[in-house]
Design a protein around this ligand. Structure first.
Ligand SMILES: Nc1ncnc2c1ncn2[C@@H]1O[C@H](COP(=O)(O)OP(=O)(O)OP(=O)(O)O)[C@@H](O)[C@H]1O
Length: 107
């Protein structure tokens, strides 16, 4: 088994547990087009990347997404409860690349 299979997995995740700390800049036509694809051929829409950090307390799991803005918005507008996610096991240092000094404390 490759190391990657233990660190990365694709799953349907409840949208409500994923945090998106950065604002999305959206191309309206792309959002609408993605909504159509989700309705007709949802398998054509690949998973978004979700960074998973385990807190200092190992019971605390943090799920964060930085890209996939259009796919996220299309799911939200359709009222879908879950989104296909590629979960990437990450460290607070990985999150710092995106958030710098705004990186939260992972308790
Ligand atoms: N109707 C569609 N319009 C755009 N992309 C589509 C559509 N259907 C399937 N896709 C796929 O969905 C993915 C969209 O990725 P894309 O990088 O364009 O946007 P995003 O990642 O959701 O948003 P952003 O890049 O702004 O964070 C691509 O892999 C694309 O092939």
């Amino acid at each position: 088994m490759s190391i990657y299979t233990s660190l990365i997995s694709v799953t349907e995740m409840p949208i409500s547990v994923i945090h998106r700390p950065l604002p999305s800049y959206l191309d309206e036509e792309k959002v609408i087009s993605l909504m159509e694809t989700l309705k007709k051929n949802s398998e054509d829409v690949p998973p978004i990347d979700v960074n998973w950090v385990v807190g200092k307390n190992p019971d605390n799991n943090y799920y964060m997404a930085f890209g996939g803005c259009h796919r996220w918005e299309a799911h939200k507008r359709l009222g879908l409860p879950t989104i296909k996610a590629r979960i990437v096991k990450s460290t607070p240092q990985d999150i710092k690349v995106y958030l710098g000094s705004s990186t939260p404390e992972f308790k």
